[in-house]
Design a protein around this ligand. Structure first.
Ligand SMILES: [Ca+2]
Ligand SMILES: [Ca+2]
Ligand SMILES: [Ca+2]
Length: 295
């Protein structure tokens, strides 16, 4: 029964995920005593937390050896959606102070260097609507009923570089990938200000989100949209603990699933696929804060 050891942890992961979900509190105001407030408010504002110390992808990933990659730099701790009328702020917080060791201002950048966060949004929760593939270079995919409709990229690269990367590497999703009007870093938080219209309208409590923590790679591989690779062994500017192929998820942390579940989710890829097809890649879950307890 060689498959048994693989099945049991998956069952545990599903149970853990189920235990973290709560029924929707509806939209009728204050929750009755004994129930919990959803993590999404009626105006679409969202706060979701993530475990500290799970910036290891499927449990094995290591940071690059370069001194610029400080401990905690890719450890997602909180994600917020803040509707502000014509604009929406997306805030991604990590476990360590955000720095700018590569002097981003010198290359038209946004005041930080090593981080890149990709926010996927499912606005309709309909099978067959949206995109199943991750952004080029992330090596992940999504479930049909959780396909993403918009992706907001928080990158230190200025809009000209970001737009040219999208034009070259993901032109088919040009209308779905949102380049923020403004991106900034303060303390441990990256903030992107996005035009509400670019999201197709203001956020709703029913929207689903998933945030992938990546690293800004100024010299990406031909097909990679500014993402840093994960190899078998870490190097000065390479993550380690994965494979030297593009079958492993090139993602250090994902939002709001318990660490053991994250290990299972990101570890569920076909390690023997040296030229992977979509079905060989890890499937990343969306998080629907309207059905979750507030942290
Ligand atoms: Ca984390
Ligand atoms: Ca790899
Ligand atoms: Ca996580």
């Amino acid at each position: 029964m060689p498959s048994r050891s693989r099945i049991v942890p998956l069952v545990v992961a599903v149970v853990v995920l189920a235990a973290c979900a709560t029924p929707s509190g509806g939209t009728s105001g204050a929750a009755p005593a004994g129930t919990t407030t959803p993590a999404a408010q009626e105006n679409g504002a969202v706060t979701l937390r993530d475990t500290t110390g799970d910036d290891f992808g499927p449990g094995t990933y290591k940071y690059p050896t370069g001194a610029e990659y400080k401990a905690g730099a890719f450890d997602l701790t909180e994600f917020q959606v803040v509707p502000m009328g014509d604009t929406v702020e997306f805030r991604v917080t990590v476990a360590s102070r955000i720095e700018d060791p590569w002097d981003s201002k010198a290359w038209g950048g946004n005041g930080f260097s090593v981080q890149m966060a990709i926010i996927h949004i499912d606005t309709d929760h309909l099978a067959g609507s949206g995109v199943l593939d991750g952004i080029p270079g992330t090596n992940v995919r999504f479930k049909p009923e959780e396909a993403w409709d918009r992706a907001v990229i928080i990158s230190p690269q200025g809009p000209a570089r970001l737009n040219s990367e999208i034009d070259t590497k993901a032109p088919q999703w040009k209308d779905r990938i949102v380049v923020p009007r403004l991106t900034r870093a303060m303390g441990r938080t990256l903030t992107a200000v996005v035009d509400t219209a670019s999201l197709g309208g203001p956020p709703k409590p029913s929207w689903g989100y998933q945030v992938l923590m990546q690293s800004n790679e100024g010299f990406p591989d031909k097909g990679d949209l500014l993402t840093r690779k994960v190899n078998e062994f870490e190097g000065q500017h390479r993550f380690g603990g994965g494979t030297d192929y593009n079958n492993d998820p090139h993602v250090m942390d994902i939002l709001s699933v318990p660490p053991e579940a994250q290990k299972q989710i990101l570890g569920a890829y076909n390690k023997s696929a040296t030229e992977p097809k979509p079905e060989d890649l890890a499937v990343i879950p969306m998080v629907y804060p309207g059905t979750r307890a507030a942290p």
